[in-house]
Write a protein of this length. Structure first.
Length: 149
């Protein structure tokens, strides 16, 4: 394969750009933009808090369409931890999600892991796994030594 074609096949933004597009699509309720973030693979996977594991683009699309039927999703990523290599990236994100409850607007905290792979179409999401978090974002634990005095 000529070098120019190989380069064009592997260049396609960054995992950060796909992540930004994903959250923008959530906030605007744009299903086409959201699905464009995902890899065109049979075994992509998505799990929402309290929900089942969804495998494949048709199942993932249906879940997001059902969510968008109730409005957009105001999720803002914070405190991103990244592990990246030449062909894959894992972003662990704390999301602040605005919820409208009977008591009014509330913020929920969601701990999310987004996994990206470099595909022939560029960087694409292959996994999105979200779990309920706790309100104390700063209660995270780290490998750094703890000083007790």
């Amino acid at each position: 394969m000529p070098k120019a074609k190989l380069q064009a096949a592997t260049v396609g933004g960054t995992a950060d750009a796909i992540e930004a597009q994903f959250y923008e699509a959530l906030q605007t309720g744009d299903i086409e933009k959201l699905m464009a973030c995902w890899a065109d693979e049979d075994d992509i996977v998505c799990a929402h808090p309290g929900g089942p594991r969804l495998i494949g683009s048709a199942n993932i699309r249906a879940a997001f369409e059902a969510m968008f039927a109730n409005g957009t999703i105001t999720a803002h990523p914070e405190h991103v931890c990244k592990v990246e290599s030449l062909a894959s990236a894992m972003h662990n994100v704390i999301e602040r999600v605005a919820l409208l409850t009977t008591d009014g607007a509330q913020d929920a905290v969601v701990v999310t892991t987004n996994v990206y792979q470099r595909t022939p179409q560029g960087w694409r999401m292959v996994a999105h796994h979200a779990s309920p978090g706790t309100a104390g974002i700063h209660a995270e634990t780290h490998d750094s030594p703890q000083v007790l005095h």
